[in-house]
Design a protein around this ligand. Structure first.
Ligand SMILES: *Cc1c(COP(=O)(O)O)cnc(C)c1O
Length: 155
């Protein structure tokens, strides 16, 4: 309930890890023949999940430049069901323009998911900026003491 308030969402699901949160956020919306567009700075295990597991299920996996709306616009199509964001992005810390990304994604009916682990909801509120789903690796800043393995998905 506290995370739902912080994220300005409607409901939060707790899962066993941050990586589980990302997988559980993506899986319900993708089936064989669909496409997912992932920010090129996404957390590497999210890339592995997409490249290995989603691809094995027949989902097309493609990456876009996290700071180029032009690149996203060129790559999105009617088969794209999920645009995955991470802001700041792992390792290189790009900040994404979520309102602009959401406008491009929602036009063909894709949902926008955002891994908010680096910022936490104290610094960045993806749902308020147009995302449909936000995930947190609670394992990191939110738990604070390196003694917890948990993730959240807020919608
Ligand atoms: C660590 C991390 C995760 C995964 O969290 P775990 O609880 O270790 O599975 C997901 N996203 C980002 C950005 C992370 O840094």
């Amino acid at each position: 309930a506290k995370l739902t308030v912080l994220e300005q969402g409607v409901r939060t699901f707790l899962v066993p890890s941050g990586q589980a949160a990302n997988a559980i956020a993506a899986l319900p919306f993708l089936k064989s023949g669909d496409k997912i567009l992932i920010a090129d700075t996404a957390y590497p295990p999210m890339r592995d999940f997409a490249n290995q597991d989603l691809a094995r299920f027949g989902v097309e996996v493609a990456y876009y430049d996290p700071v180029s709306i032009e690149d996203l616009t060129a790559k999105i199509d009617d088969r794209t069901k999920l645009v995955w964001c991470e802001s700041p992005g792992s390792t290189t810390m790009e900040i994404q323009d979520l309102p602009a990304i959401a406008a491009v994604a929602h036009r063909p009916g894709a949902l926008v998911g955002c891994d908010n682990t680096w910022a936490t909801p104290l610094n960045y509120m993806p749902l308020a900026l147009g995302a449909d789903i936000v995930t947190e690796a609670l394992t990191k800043y939110v738990s604070g003491h390196s003694d917890l393995l948990m993730g959240s998905v807020t919608v």
